[in-house]
Each structure stands twice: as structure tokens, then as C-alpha cells.
Design a binder for this molecule. Sequence first.
Ligand SMILES: C[C@H](O)[C@H](O)[C@H]1CNC2=NC(N)=NC(=O)C2=N1
Length: 91
Amino acid sequence: MDIDRRMQDLPAWRREGDEIRRTVNAPDFPAAIRIVDDIAVKAEELNHHPDIDIRWRTLHLTLTTHDKGGLTDLDFTLAALIDDIAAKHGA
Ligand SMILES: C[C@H](O)[C@H](O)[C@H]1CNC2=NC(N)=NC(=O)C2=N1
């Protein structure tokens, strides 16, 4: 997989070694929790789960595939879905 190519489609995400990370700034705390709730639904569907750090209305999200020891298609698929969810909630 061409990771650099995949990153070009995800400008909100940055790569750090075997992980990709993005910060989401929600309009307020309840919106941040709704974003997490929507992400949880997709994560369960994909059986792929982000690490999420909740700081008031700021979310720090990290994706990697521990099972495979690095980044996979699933990380980029979930990252794009997270971007859609964040946009839907005004973040
Ligand atoms: C057993 C189960 O399928 C694995 O633990 C899954 C669950 N969710 C996961 N999520 C993420 N982000 N990486 C994984 O490697 C992973 N593995």
C-alpha cells in the first residue's frame, strides 16, 4: 500500500510512524460526545477501533492496526469515515 498516496486524500491526518492522528475540534462538549458515539458505530461495523482522547470539545484520534503491526486499508477507511462524521457535526 502506498501510504503517502493515501495520506494525500486525508489532509486533516498526520502520520507518526505506524500511526495516523488527527485532532477534531467540536463546537461544544455534547457535540464532541456525539462524534465519538457515531465513530463507535462505524468502529464496531468495521471491527476497527480508534484510540480517542477526549479533552472538553477537542478529540485526539489515533489509528493503527495493532494486529498487523502497522497501517492498513482499514485505518484509511475509518479515517475517511471519521472526517465525514466530524464534518456532519460541524467540526
Ligand atoms: C480481535 C479483534 O479483531 C482485534 O483486536 C481488532 C479490534 N480492533 C482493532 N482496532 C484497531 N485500530 N487495530 C486493531 O488491530 C484492532 N484489532
